[in-house]
Design a protein around this ligand. Sequence first.
Ligand code: ATP
Length: 264
Amino acid sequence: MSAPGTEGAVVTARNLDLTFQTSDGPVHALKDVSLSVEPGEFVSFIGPSGCGKTTFLRCVAGLEEPTGGTLEVNGMSADEARRARAYGYVFQAAGLYPWRTIGGNIRLPLEIMGYSEEEKARRVRQTLELVDLGGFEKKFPWQLSGGMQQRASIARALSFDADLLLMDEPFGALDEIVRDRLNEELLSLWDRTGKTMLFVTHSIPEAVYLSTKIVVMSPRPGRISDVIDSPLPKERPLDIRDSREFIEIAHRVREGLRAGMEAA
Ligand SMILES: Nc1ncnc2c1ncn2[C@@H]1O[C@H](COP(=O)(O)OP(=O)(O)OP(=O)(O)O)[C@@H](O)[C@H]1O
């Protein structure tokens, strides 16, 4: 699969391979993965366990070294992009430090990056308001619900000026009602900030609801089996999930997943 339209792209992967050498032999986590992500896109990755979703995100984050192909993030190598802090990363478990307050957690990357006291305070306040957690700065993570912790984790990833957000199943552990609300909030956040989002999920409705582009992956080896551009409007009330368009995209994702599994 080619990586078209790479001029000015945020992420350009061309024929990316990653084989892990393990004591049980090689594991082909990614094979011939080509993808181009344009500024401001919301791209979801969906596929069965072990198809390489996290591995791809970790390659973009410069945390894994591909064994073949090329990868550019904001026009740099992924390692340079990591050092330039070109992205924020949101993990499945919120990953907040329990001994730090919510404000202290958000302040951490800003401390590492050497922002002034005044700027740190301003950014903590601003990002907490952005995720609707104004007033929770002095609370500790255990004093917040799971959904609120994830919002704090998103605030931390937004606190510095990275235009790219990498999210690895951030809402996977949450109940459906909370998840629906966070999906709506994330979409609104995306709209307001104009950030580019890469989002890993196991949920077809979540992928279809959130994305401008859905990347369907298949395992053994981890490949892209379909890339679906969503025609859904930017304004998306939750009940858009009952629309014919939505159901048709969800159907195509399901078909892509099924075909990928049969080929594996
Ligand atoms: N550090 C590693 N060493 C060896 N194998 C690895 C390593 N990291 C991932 N793998 C293997 O690479 C493959 C892809 O894993 P990855 O975690 O990217 O899949 P995934 O699609 O994100 O799965 P899940 O949906 O369960 O999170 C799997 O077979 C996994 O066991």
